[in-house]
Design a protein around this ligand. Structure first.
Ligand SMILES: [Zn+2]
Length: 120
């Protein structure tokens, strides 16, 4: 269980913060790929030498692949962080993100010792 191991090692709040940072880093990567593709397509002219046109095509294709991968990673990371973030509040006392992992899926509140399942 990847999230459980990381949460045990870092604590929930730090894990959540790192997920948001990593997710947004992937989002910025996707955005930069889109800008790079737009810049190359703006410069592309089919009257130039063939190797130059092919190099532009390869660059656009590679930037498109990286951009798509970055978008998928962004979505996956943010969805997982949001899903666990929604369940990180103790139902008994309302404390957010202060718990101890008991197993890969269940947690105990540090304030009131109430237990619940973090991961379904
Ligand atoms: Zn509690």
């Amino acid at each position: 269980m990847e999230p459980a191991d990381s949460i045990i090692r870092l604590g929930f709040r730090k894990w959540y913060e790192r997920q948001l940072i990593e997710g947004h880093a992937w989002f910025v990567t996707c955005f930069l790929c889109m800008v790079a593709i737009a810049a190359v397509l703006e410069e592309l002219s089919f009257r130039g030498p063939l190797p130059r046109i092919l190099a532009f095509g390869v660059f656009v294709f590679a930037a498109g692949l990286v951009g798509c991968y970055a978008w998928l990673r962004y979505q996956r990371i943010m969805t997982a962080a949001e899903r666990l973030g929604d369940q990180a509040t103790c139902a008994a006392c309302g404390t957010y993100g202060r718990f101890t992992m008991l197993s890969a899926s269940s947690v105990r509140c540090r304030k009131c010792a109430s237990e619940w399942r973090l991961v379904d």
